[in-house]
Structure formats: C-alpha cells, structure tokens
Design a protein around this ligand. Sequence first.
Ligand code: ATP
Ligand code: FE
Length: 366
Amino acid sequence: SVVLGIETSCDDTGCAVVDSTGSILGESLYSQTALHIRYGGVNPVFAHELHRNNIESAVSDALRNAGKNIKDIDAIAVTTRPGLLLSLQVGAKYARYLCRIHNKPMIPIHHMEAHALVARMYHKVQFPFLVLLISGGHCLLALVKDVDNFELLGKSIDNAPGEVLDKVARRMKLRNKPEYSKISGGQAIELAAQRSTNLSQFEFPLPLAKYRDCNFSFSGLKDSTIRKLEEREMEHNVMGDELIPEVYDLCAAFQLAVAEHIAHRTHRAMLYCEKYKLIDPKNRVVVVSGGVACNNFIFKSIEHVGSEMGYKTYRPPHNVCTDNGVMIAWNGIEKLRKQIDIRTDFSLKEVEPEAPLGKDSINKVE
Ligand code: ATP
Ligand code: FE
C-alpha cells in the first residue's frame, strides 16, 4: 500500500508519499526555521499563516515527486496531536477535505509516536524497544511495546533540550556570525563547540544526580550557562553584538553537560528495563530521534552508554529526526498494516494540542 503523510504540528509543513516497503516515493518540506531564528522563536499566528499558504503546494509537490495521483494513494495519515492548535488544524482540515472528496481512509497520527516509529523504516528495530525523544518541545524516554502501545518512563520536568540550546545560542549572540545565522540554535552550538580549545574552564553539576528515576531537567544548565556568559561579558567589558572570546569553550562545556545528563538518564532507563526484564536480552535497542538527535556529540554519548549496556543505538537520518512528512506517512503504513485507527467515516475527532505519550507510568520508575 501507499500512504500520503501530512505534518503541520509546529512550524514546518511536511508531506511525503511512502509505501509499505518503507520506500520514500516523494516528499516535500516547507521549513520556517530560518524565519523563526530571526524572530527568536515560533510565533503561532505566523506559523498558522505559513501552513495555510503552503499546505496545498506541499501536498501536490510530494505527489508530483512520487509520480502519483491522489487516486493511487491508499490512505492519508495526518498529525492530529500534540502541537500548536492552529497549526494542527491546517493539516487535519486539509487531510479531511482530501479524504472526503477522493473517498480515502484517514489515519490520525501522534507526532511523538511518529518520531519514534520511523526508526523502523531504516533499521532492524523490533518491539519492544527503548526510545529517547529529544527535540524542541519534548524530552521523553519511553518503552515502545507496539505501534499503538507506548509506556512513558521519564520526561523533562522543565524545559526541552532543543528549547534550551536555542535560548542559550540566542543569548550568546551566535546568530551574529554569518555561518550560524541561518541554522537552528542547537546546530549552531554543535558547530561552535567544535572550535573549542579549553572547555575544562567551565564546569556544570549533573542535574537530578540524586534521583533514581528517568526524568530530565535542563533549566538549571541553561541558567548556569547564561550566568557564566554574563560573568565573562562583564570581565571582558563586552557590549552590544560582540561575542565573548571564550564563546566556543562555553558552547562545548554546555553541550557536554547536556549530553552527560541525557546519557545518564538513558542509562537509568536501561537499568530499569533490565531490572524488570522489559527488553529482550537478544534484542536490546535504543532509538534516538527528534531534532536534537541530529547532534553527533550527544548521539555518541548515548551510543557509548548503550554499548556498555549491550544496546544497539539507532537514529533516523538527520532530515527525518527533525519534523517531516515521512515519519507521518510511515506511521500510517504501520497503522494500516495492523488496521489501527483507520477512519472511513471522516468523523475524526478534533485535533488535540495536549496529548501525553503513553500511559503515565513515571512513578513506577526507580
Ligand atoms: P517537538 O517534536 O517536540 O514538537 P519540534 O518539532 O520543534 O519539537 P524538532 O523539529 O524535532 O522539534 O527539533 C527542533 C530542535 O532541534 C530545535 O530546538 C533545534 O535547535 C534542535 N536541533 C537541530 N539540530 C541540532 C543539532 N545539530 N544539535 C542540537 N540540537 C539541534
Ligand atoms: Fe517534532
């Protein structure tokens, strides 16, 4: 079968046509990242307007690239939760319209489930597996038992890692350097950190070190980084758009602290899964996805912990870790195979901006 996927939960309008073998027949992405960097974050009203302007072209581009007519499509999968209300509505309404006039089944998709499941399109990943989702809006550790069965193990008690990377990059004024002006804050910090020569001058304590659960906290790291930045700005009498001389070292130290914290909590989740035998010892897999998974330094830290625990660590390609239509179409394929959530009466419930992943089992973890 062939599924058209539509993603509009946040700021990117993404579409793709994917078949049941996991081949991407065609795709399209209208990204608003560069624009939001300029304005310092996603503006929901702006995002809504851009989705409305782009949705028709995004769908027709994906179909054209696939060499398909909408009549050749077996179902339309669309993100209905979680995300920005107005953004979600653009995709859901357009999908419903297409399904109605072409008489196609519609498949509602959970954005974070899609981030996790798309790894199965690229790697040999069987249920159950562990997933770490690190992005601009989320930080989640979950056990994926089936296409529609997620058990949450831990989440951030404050900010998401991508959000913190973006805020720190902005406060550091990295965007004023042309080479970092058009990329996300997270990516800018990764590149800047590579130029560091002495990161040991900055040290950060490990967040939640005393807690034996799988939760995360990034706001303390963000505040300490900004405090250190301000101290150096004072010392060097830096003003206006200037960067501190140690900016690369501070990026590297901050990135290291974020990576160590994420690796530490992932290690905890692995210990928990071992203790309660939740993962097949012959099939220990951790999937890392979401925009922050693009960060090679952070990914390698997780891979390191994984290898010590006997886990294979997988991530989708970079452009599939950030928001995209491919993962939505693939999730549609997976649901179609199992006949889960196939709506033929177009009675799709309204979109759900708040939709926690899995059954909240956080309290069990220790
Ligand atoms: P969510 O999936 O939680 O709704 P989102 O859709 O905004 O959030 P994604 O598109 O998955 O998030 O990821 C965007 C985030 O990924 C941004 O915060 C960005 O800074 C971060 N990011 C992208 N590339 C990198 C990188 N190389 N290193 C670190 N972070 C990165
Ligand atoms: Fe996302």
